[in-house]
Design a protein around this ligand. Structure first.
Ligand code: TYM
Length: 334
């Protein structure tokens, strides 16, 4: 039997996830997990690039682990682990730093955005963030990386670093491909539909969190910014309606043309209610299941322990190969 290809992805436990993270990442993870040898990580080291309250980070990490499980990641089939539990991630980052140039990192869109947002804390980690992400991916000989559109530039860097390393030291890493869903790869803010929906938005009405209850979801969609005119169709001059239609289609698995037909002649109020109901029908059961799992920290600790052990075995195979290629002495034990 042919071995399954490796799929790797990760999410930062930097806050309560939004429906953007769900549609751009988690929903695809669940759908793809059985077709691949799937490895999912909690990118806790990445979150340290922005100031964190340690107690909140810990809480968010448990929340994210529970959410992965509530969204259907099966820990027996897939590997689920915390990035900081497998030190090979930090070690490979060091090696990859030696084949990466500062100019490649300083021109990253996310680095520029985050530097502007956190002017008082532009630290080396913030700049080096894409190299850690490259290490995450390359350690597992990954072939497929499901991500939202905002991570595409980082994935391209991972590919470039892998190719550069392979050219310099001989074939070592597989070159990963990105998997970016056709729709909902970039869910936009409900308040400013020209901007990405983000869990760190100061305006709580701009995003739907995976922790929002049905009433909150309905209220936020009622307030969502729409466009002038009254037609419910997707078009470049209607970013608000287009975003709501995208969300509706992604949550109901309906094609756009069918949704446009369904709302033909209907008012914005009725449309927004339908979008809210479609989202709540999916988010509400996930939230309840997440809270049920979250109550059992011991279970989560056990899943992450098992995941880290399995991830470590795979990661160290690649790391040993890398160390050998660059000429580090093999470590003698015993
Ligand atoms: P993060 O934690 O910001 O987001 C997790 C995933 O959600 C996607 N996403 C979105 N998709 C659609 N619409 C949106 N509005 C939206 N917002 C976020 C992101 O694209 C991502 O797929 N650096 C990564 C985490 C990471 C990683 C990795 C990913 C670390 N190592 C290795 C893949 C492979 C990040 O900060 O994602």
């Amino acid at each position: 039997m042919e071995e399954k290809k490796v799929l790797f992805s990760a999410i930062q436990p930097s806050g309560i996830l939004t429906i953007g993270n769900y549609l751009g990442a988690l929903k695809n993870f669940r759908r793809l997990q059985s077709d691949y040898r799937s490895i999912f990580s909690l990118a806790d080291l990445h979150t340290l690039t922005v100031r964190q309250d340690p107690a909140v980070l810990k809480k968010n990490t448990y929340e994210l682990a529970a959410l992965y499980l509530a969204c259907g990641i099966n820990p027996e089939e897939s590997v689920l682990f915390a990035q900081s539990h497998v030190s090979a991630h930090a070690e490979l980052t060091w090696i990859l730093n030696t084949v990466c140039y500062p100019g490649e990192l300083s021109r990253m869109t996310q680095f520029k955005d985050k530097s502007a947002k956190h002017e008082d804390n532009i630290n080396m980690g913030l700049m080096d963030y894409p190299v850690l992400m490259a290490a995450d991916i390359l350690l597992y000989q990954t072939e497929l990386v499901p991500i939202g559109a905002d991570q595409k530039q980082h994935l391209e860097l991972a590919r470039d670093l892998a190719e550069r390393f392979n050219n310099r030291f001989g074939e070592t890493f597989k070159i990963p491909e990105g998997y970016i869903g056709k729709s909902a790869a970039r869910v936009m803010s409900l308040a400013e539909p020209e901007r990405k929906m983000s869990k760190s938005d100061a305006n709580l009405n701009a995003f739907i969190s995976m922790n929002d209850d049905t009433d909150t979801i309905m209220r936020k969609f009622k307030r969502a910014v729409t466009d002038s005119g009254d037609k419910i169709i997707a078009s470049a001059d209607k970013p608000g309606i287009t975003n709501l239609l995208t969300i509706y289609c992604a949550f109901t698995d309906k094609p756009l043309s069918e949704a446009e037909k369904e709302f033909d002649g209907k008012g914005y109020g009725e449309f927004k209610t339908a979008v809210g109901e479609a989202v709540a029908a999916v988010v509400d059961p996930i939230r309840c299941e997440k809270n049920r799992i979250l109550a059992d920290k011991e279970y989560i600790d056990g899943v992450l322990k098992d995941g880290a052990e399995r991830a470590e075995r795979l990661a160290y195979k690649t790391l040993a190969k890398v160390y050998k290629k660059v000429g580090l002495l093999p470590r003698r034990r015993g």
